[in-house]
Design a binder for this molecule. Structure first.
Ligand SMILES: [Fe+2]
Length: 199
């Protein structure tokens, strides 16, 4: 999972027959499009966290295994809020597996059964992409709809907290991250492995 880029495969939202009072249909379409991307991103994040929950092994297994479920439990209501905001704006939310795969612009998380720290390194990259895109979305809706912006800001507070929970495991004594500079999950996994060999 990496930072989202505009997808050629993505079907743009069609103009709704109605939207919330005081909003133009043009703005509603822009918001629906943007929110559909956030829906896909957070749905994929929840699936990825469950994948890690099931595939983590080794020392710190139970700490990481049990840390992730509350994150999944907090992300599902965010997805629900986004989907319902899309519907409120007159759009058609799509959270189906086929729709997610067709819409997203990144590949599946590509670490399987692996030690806890390696998964956390890969998750650092995942959260980086999700948080960055959520922040971009907050900026983009600034002039369109403050109600949507308020909702996304609420999500960010939790997403950034969860990212810190992940990064807390990867921090060195000098305050740097062992995954520093990694842009892919595999790359982060390799950096964690290398740092453990040195230790
Ligand atoms: Fe479980």
């Amino acid at each position: 999972m990496t930072t989202q880029k505009p997808s050629r495969r993505r079907r743009a939202a069609t103009a709704p027959k109605f939207t919330v009072p005081g909003m133009t249909k043009k703005d509603a379409v822009a918001l629906i499009d943007l929110l559909q991307q956030r829906l896909v991103s957070l749905t994929d994040l929840a699936l990825t966290l469950k994948h890690v929950h099931w595939n983590v092994i080794g020392p710190n297994f139970i700490a990481v295994h049990t840390m992730l479920d509350p994150q999944v439990d907090a992300i599902h209501p965010m997805v629900d809020e986004i989907a319902e905001r899309i519907a409120t704006l007159g759009g058609e939310p799509n959270g189906l597996a086929g729709g997610i795969v067709a819409t997203r612009t990144w590949d599946d998380y590509d670490v399987g059964r692996a030690p806890a720290l390696e998964h956390l390194g890969a998750l650092d990259v995942v959260y980086q992409g999700v948080v960055e895109d959520h922040r971009k979305a907050v900026d983009e809706v600034e002039s369109l709809d403050l109600v949507t912006q308020d909702m996304l800001i609420g999500h960010l507070e939790k997403l950034e907290l969860f990212h810190w929970f992940v990064r807390g495991h990867l921090e060195s004594m000098d305050g740097s991250l062992v995954t520093g500079g990694a842009t892919t999950e595999r790359g982060a996994q390799r950096k964690v492995r290398a740092s453990r060999k040195k230790a």
